[in-house]
Design a protein around this ligand. Structure first.
Ligand code: LLP
Length: 433
């Protein structure tokens, strides 16, 4: 059974009606399916099993503690980019020894915290960072394990904001430079280079960029080893794309087919840093229609989820399926092809209450007639949804629910206005009069 599915015109998450969750916990509401999260994690573990992969869930995609705990209990390792994320992993019971630490701007305090925690390795993005890690490690009397992050200069053919593996990217270093930098590592006694890291971008839906990148990586590893570095880990990063519209995603096994044989030839263990492919389609956002409005030709559905809850459409013009939680009789659930004529629908802009023209979740989207109080599901919101939410317009962030079978539990309560005002309130001057 699909984790999110319609039965008798009603949307369910596993065996729980989504409308009941919205009734109980209010909207906007993030809902995750435990089965979907684990199915995706296990699909990756299975597809790459020949390489005994360390599947490091990329915490930036969804950092909810209970989700991290669930994934850790099922063998997930983690990819973090701040000491905040590392702290989450530790709080959720994740193993720092199976955690990789990436990011272009690690501070000395973050480096120290990560060495103390005993992370598996740092993914190093620049020469300046090498010097900093070396210094901090030496001051602690330690040797820090590192991987160099290399840009293989392949085009992942994804949105320019989430393409990272090209030469002109702020991330990592190009291959020629990496060889020089690797030579320099030998002169830094606080470092041991045990891996190679790449991450070429996100929402990648073809295998070719991986095939090109991994081939360059294999070659580079032999050159690093020739310099004397004990390279034991090949980290391919994340980036596996998911179906936002329908058929665009590739199966994990297709990516594995181009990656496994090449990495196998190096004798390295594989690290992966998947985020979106685990969490993206394991979660959705539910909202309630506040008003409908027509302006000229346009129909607006003004509902209570906004750009502060899910910023992806505003930031990347990204497409999320939107469909009613209760489907009027005669309509499919939800249509496989949003480009086609769908009888009984009319194009609508699905917008939120935030005071910005960029506050939309969908534009010109075919939807059946909806009314005040109706519920909408915004699909594929489990990754880069809640983590990118803000309090813009002093809007408390949504609650999060994790569903397992016929059970649902809160994994983050809805914020209150006290949560929002708290850090400022003590600084108010006494009110006059
Ligand atoms: N590893 C590194 C070094 C990364 O920078 C990222 C994502 C990942 C792994 C996980 O990539 P994934 O498997 O999720 O594609 N906010 C954007 C996505 C930003 C991705 C940033 N880096 C979005 O909503 O599409």
């Amino acid at each position: 059974m699909e984790p999110f599915h319609y039965q008798d015109h009603q949307l369910y998450c596993e065996s729980v009606p989504v409308a009941r969750l919205a009734e109980t916990y209010g909207t906007p509401l993030y809902i995750y399916s435990r089965a979907a999260l684990l199915e995706q994690l296990q699909a990756i573990q299975h597809a790459f099993a020949a390489l005994k992969p360390l599947v490091c869930f990329s915490v930036k995609a969804n950092s909810n503690l209970s989700l991290l705990q669930l994934l850790a209990e099922h063998g997930s390792a983690f990819d973090v980019v701040s000491s905040g994320e590392l702290h989450r992993v530790q709080t959720a019971g994740g193993d720092p020894g199976k955690t990789v630490f990436a990011g272009v701007g690690k501070t000395d305090a973050e480096i120290k915290a990560a060495i103390e925690a005993g992370v598996l390795m740092f993914n190093v993005e620049s020469e300046a960072e090498l010097e900093a890690i070396n210094q901090v490690a030496l001051s602690m009397g330690r040797v820090a394990p590192i991987a160099l992050r290399v840009n293989p200069d392949v085009d992942p053919k994804t949105h320019r904001y989430i393409s990272t593996g090209k030469k002109q990217s702020k991330f990592g270093m190009d291959i020629e430079r990496a060889e020089r930098v690797a030579r320099h590592v030998q002169a830094l006694p606080g470092l041991e280079m045990i891996g190679l890291h790449m991450h070429i971008g996100s929402q990648i839906t073809t295998v070719e960029p991986y095939a090109g990148a991994v081939a360059k990586g294999v070659d580079l590893i032999s050159r690093f080893r020739a310099q004397g570095h004990p390279i034991a880990w090949f980290n391919m990063g994340g980036g596996f794309g998911i179906a936002y519209r329908g058929p665009e995603a590739k199966a994990i096994s297709d990516f594995a087919k181009v990656i496994v044989p090449q990495v196998e030839s190096t004798g390295c263990r594989l690290v992966l840093e998947p985020g979106r492919v685990i969490a993206g389609n394991s979660g959705l956002l539910v909202s309630r229609v506040i008003f409908t409005k027509t302006s000229g030709e346009k129909t607006f559905l003004i509902q209570d989820a906004a750009m502060n809850d899910l910023i992806r459409p505003a930031l990347y013009e990204s497409f999320h399926k939107v469909w009613p939680v209760s489907v009027p009789a005669g309509l499919p659930a939800p249509p496989a092809d949003f480009e086609a004529e769908i009888p009984g629908t009319a194009p609508c802009d699905v917008v939120g209450p935030v005071c910005e023209s960029g506050d939309f979740l969908a534009k010109d989207r075919p939807l059946p007639p909806l009314h005040r109080g109706d519920l909408l599901a915004i699909f594929s919101a489990g990754a880069y949804g809640m983590v990118m939410a803000s309090n813009y317009n002093t809007r408390p962030r949504a609650a999060e629910i994790l569903v397992e079978g016929d059970q649902a539990r809160v994994v983050r309560r809805r914020e209150t206005l006290d949560d929002l005002l708290g850090p400022e309130q003590e600084f108010l001057k006494p009110h006059a009069g």
